[in-house]
Design a protein around this ligand. Structure first.
Ligand code: PRP
Length: 228
C-alpha cells in the first residue's frame, strides 16, 4: 500500500450516514483506514481512527451535508453521491469514483399516468423531489413547467395522496416504486459514490491526501477484480 505522508493535524474524512455506510466501511478497511469505534452504532458524530498508526478523523453526517463540510474545508475528504454533486454543485475536486452506492436518478410516476405518455410540452405538473435544481432543469428541457414540491424523503408517497404527478428520486432495486404502484419514466443520471476533496487541502496536504486516494483506488480495483 502507498505510504502515508505525515502531518501533525489529523486528516478529516466526511462519511454519509444511511445505507451507503454499509458499503463504505469495507472499502475504508480494505484501504487501511480504520475508525476506532463502530460508526454504525455510536451516537458520536466525530470518530477518531488511524491509518498506519497515523491519526485520522471521521465525520458521520447526512449525505447532502458531506458536500458542504468538504467545500467549507471542515473535512479534507468526503464520500458523496453523484446525485448530491450534481444537485448542489459544490466547489470540490472529485478524484475517484468509488463505484459503491450504485443506483439511478429517475423521473417516476403512477403506472397509469406514465403509460399514458410523458407530460405534453407547455403543460404544468407537480413534481415531488429533493433534487429541486435537477428536476427543474430536466422539465425545462422538455418544455414542461414543473412546480417543485420539496420533500426530504419518502417521495414515493406524494403521487399516492394526489400531491404530485411525478417524482424525481433515486431508484436502486425498484422495490419502493413497485410497493407504491409507481414505475420509472426516464433515467436522468447513473449514480455512484465519489471521493471528493477540498481544493485547498488537496493543494496544501497533498503528501497525505494523494497516498490516501491511491489506497482507495487500489481497494476499488481489487473489489472490481473480485466481483468480475
Ligand atoms: C432511497 C430512495 C428511494 C429508495 C429506492 O430512499 O429515496 O426511496 O431508497 O430504493 P429501492 O429502489 O431499492 O427501493 P432511502 O431508503 O435511502 O430513504 P429516504 O426516502 O429517506 O431518502
Amino acid at each position: 500500500m502507498p505510504e502515508l505522508g505525515r502531518d501533525s493535524k489529523p486528516l478529516t474524512i466526511a462519511l454519509s450516514k444511511g445505507r451507503i455506510l454499509d458499503q463504505t466501511l469495507p472499502l475504508l478497511a480494505a484501504a487501511g483506514l480504520n475508525p476506532a469505534e463502530d460508526v454504525q452504532k455510536t451516537r458520536k458524530l466525530m470518530v477518531s481512527g488511524n491509518a498506519d498508526g497515523q491519526e485520522i478523523r471521521f465525520l458521520i453526517i447526512r449525505a447532502a451535508d458531506v458536500c458542504t463540510y468538504v467545500e467549507q474545508g471542515a473535512a479534507d475528504l468526503g464520500i458523496a453521491g453523484r446525485d448530491s454533486l450534481l444537485e448542489y454543485r459544490p466547489r470540490v475536486y472529485e478524484p475517484l469514483n468509488l463505484n459503491i452506492g450504485r443506483c439511478r436518478l429517475c423521473v417516476c410516476g403512477p403506472e397509469a399516468l406514465v403509460n399514458a405518455g410523458p407530460p405534453e410540452r407547455g403543460s404544468r405538473i407537480r413534481v415531488a423531489t429533493k433534487y429541486d435544481h435537477l428536476a427543474t432543469e430536466y422539465f425545462l428541457s422538455q418544455g414542461v413547467q414543473a412546480e417543485i414540491i420539496h420533500l426530504y424523503g419518502s417521495m414515493e408517497l406524494a403521487p399516492l395522496v394526489g400531491m404530485a404527478e411525478r417524482i424525481v428520486d433515486l431508484v436502486e432495486t425498484g422495490g419502493t416504486l413497485k410497493a407504491n404502484g409507481l414505475i420509472e419514466e426516464t433515467t436522468l443520471f447513473d449514480i455512484s459514490s465519489r471521493l471528493i476533496a477540498n481544493p485547498a487541502s488537496f493543494a496544501t496536504r497533498r503528501q497525505q491526501i494523494q497516498p490516501m486516494i491511491e489506497r482507495l483506488r487500489q481497494a476499488v480495483e481489487k473489489k472490481a477484480e473480485y466481483q468480475a
